[in-house]
Design a protein around this ligand. Structure first.
Ligand SMILES: [Fe+2]
Length: 413
């Protein structure tokens, strides 16, 4: 349980909110699926920390990530034409390239060229890695991009989707630090993978709803180590690595060639986030690499919902119709009544808490210990930054490739 002011401090990210500033000044931020930007294709609006930006891929494949408004008179550049290595504003035809430089200002006479050369809009550094476009919104210069364990896998070894979620970013993060919900909320999914006789160790989460947690903090954030005793004396160990504050790397399902599960939260504004959910394989291809492909081994994950990689966990309906919960399906044995897919179950439970969960009214149980530590870590990070320190440790970590999640049976010696 938190006080109201603690809850505000760690959730609010718009404007000058300290947590928003902390994220902006200390994290590369996931912006959109890399493949959603096509050379000379439509620019897209990306909203981060309550501010709108425009992202596009120019004729040569370069990414532009700019303030949304045209530097002339603020018409949205999301409406612009994207051609000949620049955005052309539809209002007066000003052209702005991927570096933010105005390269043509046809409304100015004489010497339009000399005039244009003096005008630029802010362009932000970006990196494409692991299927995502990441942006640096903090002060110059941008620090090195801290690569994640799957960033050097091939396109076919990484499968990643996006889902817009109508609630605060921290609800998305906290769901990934609680494996205790897997056996209840996702029971139907676990039954599906077991029915395919491809159950990995994840099946063992089903019978043991209340794991014991160990938590270890490190310069990256924390590791949530869920321990479940097995009848033969061994322990099923499942460790999620939380790369504070936006990235969670969760164990996968090796029987389905999944070595890790990716949950990355993009902080849109106080009441919205985008969840990038995906899988990676260290070995065989997960899929054929096409945009709309669902790998055969991952079919149980997808459930009944038509596959939409830009809205993977989406759903129709809202609070008034219980987000489309299917009571007849529940009566017939589906535990949650959300038959779409696993992520849909996660997202609906998070959204149902409200736009910003009221953490002053909770009754946390022992399975919530990783969440408790994560909140403490964020509160401490705010204090550290206010005192002029780095948020999570005394040294900045520029490489996260060794942070693989752990999924194993520990047998007593
Ligand atoms: Fe879940």
């Amino acid at each position: 349980m938190l006080t109201q002011s603690q809850n505000e401090a760690i959730t609010r990210i718009e404007g000058d909110a300290p947590m928003g500033r902390l994220i902006r000044d200390h994290s590369w931020i996931p912006a959109c699926l890399s493949r959603s930007l096509v050379a000379d294709g439509p620019p897209r609006r990306v909203r981060l920390l309550g501010t709108d930006y425009v992202a596009f891929r120019d004729s040569e494949g370069r990414i532009g990530f700019l303030d949304e408004g045209c530097p002339h008179r603020s018409t949205s550049l999301v409406l612009a034409r994207n051609e000949d290595c620049a955005l052309t504003c539809i209002f007066h035809g000003w052209r702005i390239d991927a570096t933010g430089q105005v390269v043509d200002a046809p409304t100015h006479h004489p010497n339009a060229e000399a005039f244009a050369a003096k005008v630029r809009t802010r362009a932000y550094p970006t990196v494409e890695a692991g299927g995502l476009l990441w942006v640096w919104l903090g002060a110059d210069p941008a620090p090195p991009f801290p690569h994640l364990p799957y960033d050097d896998r091939t396109d076919r070894q990484v499968w990643i989707t996006a889902t817009p979620v109508d609630c605060n970013w921290l609800q998305g993060v906290e769901a990934t630090l609680d494996t205790a919900h897997v056996g209840t909320l996702h029971r139907a999914y676990i039954e599906r993978i077991q029915a395919k006789a491809s159950s990995g160790t994840i099946g063992q989460a089903l019978d043991l709803l209340a794991p014991r947690y160990d938590v270890e903090t490190g310069p990256h954030g924390l590791d949530a180590i869920a321990l479940r005793p097995l009848p033969d004396g061994g322990t099923y160990v499942r460790t999620t690595r939380w790369v504070a504050p936006l990235v969670s790397l969760v164990p996968g399902n090796r029987a389905a060639n999944v070595d890790g599960t990716i949950f990355i939260v993009s902080p849109v504004d106080d009441h919205h986030h985008v969840l990038f959910f995906g899988l990676w394989s260290d070995g065989p291809d997960l899929h054929d690499g096409t945009y709309l492909d669902v790998p055969e081994a991952q079919r149980p994950l997808v459930g009944d919902r038509p596959f939409d990689p830009e809205d993977f966990g989406g759903f129709s309906g809202g609070r008034d119709d219980h987000w489309g919960q299917n009571r007849p399906a529940m009566a017939a044995g589906h535990f949650s009544g959300f038959t779409g897919n696993l992520l849909q179950e996660d997202i609906i439970t998070q959204v149902s808490m409200g736009p910003i969960a009221d953490r002053t009214r909770e009754h946390l149980s022992s399975s919530d210990v990783a969440i408790i530590h994560a909140r403490r870590l964020l509160l401490r990070a705010l204090d550290r930054v206010a005192d002029g320190h780095l948020p999570y440790g005394d040294e900045r970590v520029d490489d996260h490739r060794d942070l693989t999640p752990v999924d194993m049976i520990d047998q007593p010696a």
